[in-house]
Design a protein around this ligand. Sequence first.
Ligand code: LHQ
Length: 268
Amino acid sequence: MANKNYEKLIYQLEANGVLVLTLNRPDKLNSFDDDLSFELIEALKQAEKDKNVRAILLTGAGRGFCAGQDLQSRSVSQSNGTAPHLGDSIRKRYMPIILKLRTIEKPVVCAINGVAAGAGASIAFACDYRFAVEEASFIQAFIKVGLIPDSGACFMLPRLVGLGRAMDLMMTGRKVDAAEALSIGLVNRLCPSDSLMAEAMAFCTSLAEGPTKAFGLLKRAVNKAMDTDIEAYLNYEADLQEIAGRTKDFKEGVSAFTEKRAPVFSGQ
Ligand code: LHQ
């Protein structure tokens, strides 16, 4: 187990290769002030470099997952009478998080332990798989404060739930409860709050034991497929499969199949 010292984020690498990242500002429902966003960016960079990290599990401390931007923090404060530079704030603080979650070549699972609002929901949507507790909820809170859905919400939400549903959620800012979230495909699995981390960890453990490079290439392929024409995509896919076909894990997968045994993937 390895830990890194952050102030508002808990970084805990388990012996099974699962890195648990916990947003840790529970009294503010883990809303993002500058520190938390920069700490999460740094943690994701570390996770990307560390070969011992083979899956990432992102969650929140306390009763909420994340209430989005801290509306009382200095990057959105209008106290001196001038408008804040939200574009700068998004580019410096949220873009790197969303891009890293989408492009890091390791599986990222989100364990949504309570409300996910605004950019907090966007961060959950950018992960590869979502567990949620039965008390969880999702709020496209942006419109309520006169903003557009940011941190990738307009990109990811229609892809997750379809355009019609996404427009409903984004235009009304209404609260989506966990049952609805499951039924529209916003989350993959619901579980009781007392078993959230155990269930999510069991799933992450199986991912961490998997062919890490193939997961990474799969993410690359899906990202490409979401924004390209079919012919260009099929060529790209062939290039990625060429890379996957040269990994030790592919060799092991084929040997295991032939020898009628379970594969032991090393992540190489
Ligand atoms: C908060 C927050 C919060 C500060 C709860 N800030 N304190 C925008 C601008 C710039 C750049 C990038 O991107 C964005 C994107 C965005 O994320 S915009 C959307 C920002 N988020 C929101 O508008 C959500 C605001 N929060 C709420 O609507 C509610 O707190 C929800 C519905 C999430 C939860 O409601 P409750 O369960 O009733 O909890 P609560 O409201 O009592 O909150 C608990 C505490 O957390 C409370 O503090 P206090 O000291 O009074 O106990 C809140 O003030 C604090 N908190 N969200 N975003």
